[in-house]
Design a binder for this molecule. Sequence first.
Ligand SMILES: [Zn+2]
Length: 140
Amino acid sequence: MTKAAKTSISREQLCGYLDDSLCDTETARVEDALRHSESLRKDLRSLMQERDRGEHSVGAIWRRSRLTCPNREQLGSFLLGVLDAGFHGYVEFHLKTVGCAFCLANLADLEEQRREAAPHTHQRRKRYFESSAGLLRGKR
Ligand SMILES: [Zn+2]
């Protein structure tokens, strides 16, 4: 009986169960199977752990860091688009979906600063470009 209960539930169904995306009948079937099968419960636990350790998905980062605000440097890097994809996603989520007022104010302030600094940045970039072009010429 234990075996039959386990084999009738697929990994996809367990995923669906965790996501709460199964219909009532399916949910009841999975719960029933879980009640009767220790090894299925083990499968479910390891699936949950896998997800928690999980990939750099926004959800995983969200669960790990909860509502933690990115610091000012991180917000600055976000503006420049130089954060790694997972963290960028988290900051974007924090700003756009959570709409953290503190970080939005901080970001607006940083954007303001950047606008003011823009002409200088441009010059710096130009100089950098020229000097690295010189470097390339020198190497040849
Ligand atoms: Zn925040």
